[in-house]
Ligand binder design. Sequence first.
Ligand code: C2O
Ligand code: CU
Ligand code: CU
Length: 459
Amino acid sequence: MTSSDDRSGSSMMMGHEHGNISLQDSTGENELIIPPILKSDKLEGNDIYYTIEAQKGQTEIFEGFQTETLGYNSTFLGPVMKLKKGQTAHIKLKNSLDEETTFHWHGLIIAGDADGGPHDVIQPGEEKEITFDVQQERATLWFHPHPKGKTAKQVFEGLAGLMYIEDDMDDPYVHGENDFPLIIQDRTFNDQKQLDYETVKNADGTMGETLLINGTLHPRLTVNKEKVRLRLLNGSNMRNYTFKLSNNQSFQQIASDGGLLNEPVELTDIQLTPSERAEIVIDFSKIKENEDVELVMDDGTVLLPFKVKNEENKVQEEIQKPQNPITITKEEMQKEVSKEIVLFGMMQHVTINGKKFDMNRIDFTQKVGETEVWEIYNKPDMMGGMIHPFHIHGTQFKVISINGEDPPENLQGYKDTIALDPGDKAKIAVKFEQEGVFMYHCHILEHEDNGMMGQIKVE
Ligand code: C2O
Ligand code: CU
Ligand code: CU
């Protein structure tokens, strides 16, 4: 499948639907919680210092109930860490959980030893400082734990935060005013309103019937009659979402995983599989008075009702263009495939190239700065198979083709995760800027934990 329409409808075609837990509509009772911008400890010229602490606590998600949760610098989820291209970041990592964890920067171009993969465990009560140069374009990235076999549980319990990379270009949008992150997650709570991962987990990916956006139950979002940027992050363990507006109004996608697209792409719906991001701009000045508009899924499930205030349209410029002039070079196009990846299996039997993850085995090597063409194949099984979102650490890659055809426009920018339907074969151009050992894996977190992961050594 290659056209954007086909791809966005494809979540309906999953082979093993494993219970297919449907998501409940948001009633819009609660105003969306906006994650705060993390204050730096210190800013000295180009050097910025932050502390990120993984901690446990209790959060009132349901009125009148305390839920045991995990969070970064808070009891649930985390703040937005802002970094600027050209800065040197010094981040103190503190583990105040009572279990081991790691701090992984999803989408960040970084050396392997600071990337926070399963090798970089921080024991309970311990801390560590990492330093790295921010060398990529503006983008919406995120961070989450990555301990071997325990990623799914820790993310499920609340560990996830956002990282915004910025640059010197003007940005007309303001956080919390007309620029909103939406961390979209589905969860199952037990009768005591607790997140009991061991009871509800599913080896093919844990779903839940309860929607949380930025940790808000039954969220709604109040906006002005103006252009609004939503930074969508599918932070769910396995659920795929196809987002659209209830009035079928189109919107502009301006950025994908790794930053701005060459040109905004006009869409009426967009699919995001786990860990994918998209920045979209919705023009609320087009909404008529008293018109109800909601962010919905393609099956009509209400995710986020909007309350449009009848305020004057602010004049709003677009983000400067041209943005990221990302092109697949001829040279990249013509390179032979040098790495083949086969994703296969389900439940506990998931593999990459017939193998399960082994911390002590390096599966591939690649030279720093050298572009190679990887071919990723989602091999169907007897049951049909399922979508696997394939992710690579420490890099932003470019999609050359999907099943021999050009990728849809909105997949032509930088990506760190690509969704493959059963039977799909994609070619991607991959370059690492930094040395180290990096993971590549399926971002259905239970598949990752079950060994659908490999390691590449870049030197
Ligand atoms: Cu979100 Cu191994 O990554
Ligand atoms: Cu990652
Ligand atoms: Cu998978």
